[in-house]
Design a binder for this molecule. Structure first.
Ligand code: AVJ
Length: 315
């Protein structure tokens, strides 16, 4: 069974049907996400970049290894690498061991492309890409125990359910050692109208990003009756769960058959498929949750507008 088939089996035949957000990111989807990060309505990427820029020195500290989970193009990390890969003695407090950067991602091609580019751009930086599912890391992370800085940026921690997030933090704690630090980017609760706009932009880029998932599914698994013209994009604020939800809502009755799975799924007009949750946090509650998993409280920074947060915690 392929990865998509097992994801569908797990979520597509329950109520509501769900598909995990990782199926957004084929080549087209990755380009669309890139456009999303530059939309006027989508503040998280810019807000996080602002914090990284102003706090780079505090974040890097005396780390000897930087591990980035879900590194992608490593674009947002460069501002940290500028500090991290600077020659020692240039004012930094780092030991004089060669700085090691470990980008971790499931997308092999993008990972190796960006690793190659970084190696060329930062002489003196050792880049050791790791292809892995970030929810299933095993063994100790590369690098010197106690000298690691683990980055999980972009607010992706919000894409987990409450249970998945607890599992993720427990796993992460298990692969980190005493003295290792974690920097976590998270989106903050704010006016629902702004949140909805960030996930339902006027140009329809996010709508296209969401609908593209149907093309990915139709192309990747044998199926009939799955067609994007039968769906429309929807972003809703779920106040009870403190999260934005992205849905693909059927505009007419739909029946989708998956011969290799031996299953079919009917959706009445108005029924939806949930493709993403994006949890928004109150900093104190998130810090308490991190503490429960053995991460000691450190500074929490926000951008000037107070839209996005970055927490630094220590094992
Ligand atoms: C990259 C997963 C953090 O949830 O805000 C953007 C993805 N989805 N617009 C997010 C996304 C719709 C984004 N993350």
């Amino acid at each position: 069974m392929t990865a998509l088939e097992s994801d569908l089996r797990e979520g597509f035949f329950s109520d509501p049907p769900t598909v995990p957000p990782r199926w957004f990111y084929d080549e087209k989807g990755s380009l669309l996400f890139d456009r999303i990060t530059r939309l006027a309505e989508y503040y998280p990427t810019r807000a996080e970049a602002e914090i990284l820029r102003s706090r780079a020195v505090d974040i890097v500290g005396d780390a000897s290894t930087v591990v980035e989970l879900g590194a992608g193009t490593c674009e947002k990390t460069r501002v940290l690498l500028d500090v991290f890969a600077a020659p020692p003695g240039g004012g930094g407090a780092r030991a004089d061991a060669a700085p090691l950067f470990v980008p971790v991602d499931i997308s092999t091609e993008m990972l190796f492309d960006s690793a190659r580019a970084l190696t060329a751009e930062y002489p003196g930086l050792t880049v050791e890409p790791v292809v892995a599912d970030l929810t299933a890391l095993d063994g100790p992370l590369p690098g010197e125990s106690g000298g690691r800085l683990v980055l999980f940026l972009g607010g992706t921690v919000g894409n987990f359910s409450e249970d998945q997030r607890a599992d993720f933090l427990a796993m992460l704690r298990g692969v980190m050692d005493s003295g290792d630090r974690l920097v976590l980017g998270f989106d903050l609760v704010k006016d629902p109208a702004r949140l909805v706009a960030a996930y339902d932009d006027a140009d329809g880029v996010t709508a296209e990003f969401n609908l593209n998932m149907l093309d990915v599914i139709a192309r990747t698994v044998e199926c009939t009756g799955l067609d994007r013209v039968d769906f429309r994009h929807e972003a809703v604020w779920n106040a009870d769960e403190s999260r934005i939800e992205m849905w693909l809502r059927a505009v007419r009755d739909v029946r989708i058959d998956f011969p290799t799975l031996g299953c079919s799924r009917t959706l009445d007009a108005g029924a939806g498929i949930r493709t993403e949750i994006a949890r928004k946090f109150e900093p104190d509650a998130l810090m308490d949750e991190l503490a429960e998993h053995g991460f000691l409280r450190g500074p929490v920074w926000t951008d000037d507008a107070g839209d996005f947060g970055l927490a630094l915690v220590v094992v």
